[in-house]
Design a binder for this molecule. Structure first.
Ligand SMILES: C[S@@+](CC[C@H](N)C(=O)[O-])C[C@H]1O[C@@H](n2cnc3c(N)ncnc32)[C@H](O)[C@@H]1O
Length: 221
């Protein structure tokens, strides 16, 4: 038995890129924004498929994302949630909020979508506890611990919280890392020891944490 981790590049990466379906409208959106200066912010298709699968676990469920950009992860989650699901998308930039609303609205896929403009921390603080089945965190990295605290509060027990980019392109392996890489090192430790969730780190895309919200302890007999 090997306890090594595989490096996913070359022929293995090509093989994996050929697996898995991407809905046509999402594939077209990746293409449309491939030349955007911040194109790397779009959620990796492997992670998009995971978000879609998690969203699909609760018919007519509720999901929330922190950081929307041009709507890629929102589209994956709406696809999984189905026509009766609801997604709250939190986005600081009016430009990106407009782009996402216009794109999904134009496709007739925005009936369950609410875009909340402004700093995510302010929006999250207004939301009720135990409301969501799934939360996706993909915004300003230094605020990830705060976003996880809020997510553990607003996601119901048994629900899932995914945070993206915890590898920071591999820079997190450097103990002298600074900036976002240092913030993500700290966040990953925080998520792994958070009392409200069970967390694992998964090498999908740029690395994610997957946290499941703990159920409250049963009352003593
Ligand atoms: C990595 S991108 C999100 C990508 C998106 N999830 C996707 O799949 O395409 C990060 C987004 O977070 C937004 N953002 C940054 N700081 C924020 C904040 N404090 N509150 C809300 N959104 C923020 C940025 O404007 C940007 O659109």
């Amino acid at each position: 038995m090997s306890l090594d981790r595989l490096h996913v590049h070359g022929p293995l990466a090509d093989y994996l890129d050929g697996l898995g379906e991407t809905p046509d409208h999402i594939a077209a959106r990746y293409e449309e924004h491939a030349g955007h200066p911040s194109a790397q912010m779009m959620t990796h298709p492997d992670l998009g498929r995971l978000l879609g699968a998690l969203a699909r676990q609760r018919p007519a469920g509720r999901a929330i994302e922190v950081g929307t950009f041009v709507g890629i992860s929102a589209a994956w989650m709406l696809d999984g949630l189905g026509p009766d699901g609801r997604l709250d998308a939190l986005e600081l930039s009016d430009e990106y909020a407009d782009l996402t609303e216009a794109w999904l609205g134009g496709l007739g896929l925005a009936s369950g979508l609410t875009v909340h403009r402004g700093p995510a921390a302010e929006t999250l603080a207004r939301l009720d506890a135990d409301t969501y089945d799934l939360c996706y965190i993909d915004a300003d990295k230094p605020a990830y611990p705060l976003y996880l605290d809020e997510a553990a509060r607003i996601v119901r027990p048994g629900g899932a919280i995914v945070a993206d980019n915890v590898f920071s392109g591999g820079l997190v392996a450097d103990p002298e890392a600074t900036g976002n890489a240092a913030a993500l090192r700290e966040f990953t430790r925080y998520a792994l020891s958070h009392p409200g969730v069970d967390t694992c780190v998964l090498p999908i895309g740029d690395g994610i944490t997957l946290s499941i919200v703990r159920r409250p302890p049963l009352p003593a007999p």
